[in-house]
Design a protein around this ligand. Structure first.
Ligand SMILES: [Fe+2]
Ligand SMILES: [Fe+2]
Length: 252
C-alpha cells in the first residue's frame, strides 16, 4: 500500500508538470520494485471522481512517461481465454486499420484521378467498413464492461470513455457517408473531406485505445476479482463474435 501511495505522489508530480525524466531518475529504486497491483492502486488514488477528458489525458501521459512498458506486462500476463484479451486484440486490429487509413489518405491526396474502381478508393472503402465495427466494439464496452465497474473508483473514466464512443461513432459515420456518396463530390472536395476526417479519426481512436489499454482495463482487472463476472462477460461477448476480424462484423 505504501509503494502505491508513493507512486501516486510521483505520478501526481508528473501530472502537475514536473519533468518525467528527472523524476524517473530520482525514483529509480521505487520504480524497479513495483508490482502491477501497486500501479493499479496508485491509479485509483489519483482518479477520484468527476474526471474531465483533459485531466484523464494528462494523467495517461504521466503514467506512460513514468511507467513505460509496465502495462505490457499486464497484457502478457492475461490468460488466453480471458475476455479482456479479446478486447485488447480488437484494439490492436483497429490500430492496424488506423495505420492503413493514414497510408490510403496519403495515396488519395497524391492521386491524379480517383474513380470508384481506383485501388485507393477500394482500399478506403474496405478500411471504412472495418472501422465501422469500432461502434459495435464500443457498444460491447458500454453494455458489458462499464456497468460492472459502476460502483468502483473507475466509474468516472467510464463516463469519459463513453462520451468518446459517441464522438468516434459520429466521425466514422461521416467517413462511411463520404465513401458511400463518392459520386456527389468534386474530386478535390472528396480529397479534402477524406483528409479532414482521417486527421480527426486517427488521433482520437488511438488515444481512446491507449486510455483503455493503459488505465481502464488494468483497473478493471484489479477490482473485478470474481471470476464468475468475467465468465459472464466472456459468454455474452462470444455471442457477439470478434469485431474487426469477422467477415461480417459482430452483432449483425
Ligand atoms: Fe472504447
Ligand atoms: Fe475498446
Amino acid at each position: 500500500m505504501e509503494k502505491a501511495r508513493k507512486l501516486a505522489e510521483i505520478l501526481g508530480r508528473v501530472r502537475d508538470g514536473e519533468d518525467p525524466a528527472k523524476i524517473r531518475t530520482q525514483s529509480r529504486q521505487l520504480l524497479s520494485t513495483l508490482r502491477l497491483r501497486d500501479i493499479t492502486r496508485a491509479q485509483k488514488y489519483l482518479l477520484g471522481s468527476g474526471l474531465s477528458l483533459s485531466q484523464l489525458r494528462t494523467l495517461v501521459y504521466a503514467f506512460a512517461s513514468i511507467l513505460g512498458d509496465q502495462f505490457a506486462l499486464l497484457r502478457a500476463n492475461l490468460p488466453t481465454g480471458h475476455p479482456v484479451r479479446r478486447i485488447i486484440a480488437e484494439h490492436e486490429m483497429f490500430e492496424c486499420f488506423l495505420a492503413d487509413l493514414v497510408d490510403v489518405n496519403e495515396e488519395i491526396q497524391q492521386a491524379e484521378r480517383i474513380t470508384e474502381l481506383s485501388s485507393e478508393f477500394r482500399k478506403l472503402e474496405h478500411i471504412a467498413g472495418h472501422l465501422q465495427a469500432k461502434d459495435l466494439h464500443d457498444q460491447r464496452e458500454d453494455d458489458l464492461i462499464f456497468p460492472i465497474l459502476e460502483n468502483y473508483p473507475c466509474s468516472s473514466i467510464c463516463g469519459v470513455l463513453q462520451k468518446a464512443h459517441w464522438k468516434i461513432k459520429n466521425m466514422v459515420g461521416n467517413l462511411t457517408m463520404a465513401v458511400n456518396n463518392f459520386r456527389q463530390f468534386e474530386p478535390e472536395q472528396f480529397k479534402i473531406q477524406i483528409d479532414t476526417l482521417s486527421s480527426a479519426i486517427v488521433p482520437i481512436i488511438r488515444e481512446h485505445i491507449f486510455q483503455e489499454d493503459n488505465i481502464l482495463y488494468p483497473i478493471a482487472l484489479d477490482v473485478i476479482t470474481d471470476d464468475k463476472i468475467w465468465y459472464r462477460v466472456k459468454q455474452l461477448g462470444e455471442e457477439m463474435g470478434y469485431c474487426a476480424f469477422d467477415a461480417q462484423p459482430c452483432c449483425t
